[in-house]
Design a binder for this molecule. Structure first.
Ligand SMILES: [Zn+2]
Length: 158
């Protein structure tokens, strides 16, 4: 039997570098602007680009539920991974919710696939900071850690 394992770090916002604290703050700020009238689960995602800028996006729900878009995928839709200054070094994901749990939020499956596409296209790892509502953070240094046995363009090669 083979085994898949990966490294992750559990920490708090206060223990992270200032750059990442600002990135997390940006994701928290944009979560307040989410359009989530159905779930009231407001998600914010922020990307730290190689050029030094930060881009943000919140989730956007729809009465036709499948038409809604996650914050992470909305964010990535605005970024071109083949442009060097738009390569992503890190993504932070935060949320606001009335749910009982305060655990760090990890991207859903389809967002993991989308983040991984970006990582493969830019050929550089993307660190993902998954934030709780009370200052705790889990992070991984490579998007592949969240999606073992992923599907990619290699599967489409003839
Ligand atoms: Zn998602």
């Amino acid at each position: 039997m083979e085994q898949f394992s990966f490294s992750y770090q559990k920490t708090t916002v206060a223990e992270l570098p200032t750059t990442i604290q600002h990135l997390i703050q940006a994701s928290e700020d944009v979560a307040r602007h989410a359009y989530a009238p159905y779930s009231n689960f407001k998600v914010g995602a922020a990307a730290l680009l190689a050029g030094g800028s930060t881009m943000v996006c919140a989730n956007h729900e729809n009465a036709s539920y499948p038409a809604g878009t996650c914050a992470e995928r909305g964010l990535l839709a605005h970024i071109n991974p083949t442009e060097a200054d738009q390569q992503i070094n890190a993504i932070a994901v935060s949320y606001i919710s009335d749910a009982k749990t305060q655990t760090p939020l990890s991207p859903c499956g389809i967002c993991r696939q989308t983040i991984l596409e970006q990582q493969l296209a830019q050929n550089a790892p993307i660190a993902i900071y998954m934030c709780s509502t009370d200052g705790h953070v889990i992070y991984v240094e490579d998007a592949t850690h969240l999606l073992p046995f992923y599907f990619s363009s290699k599967n489409l090669e003839l």
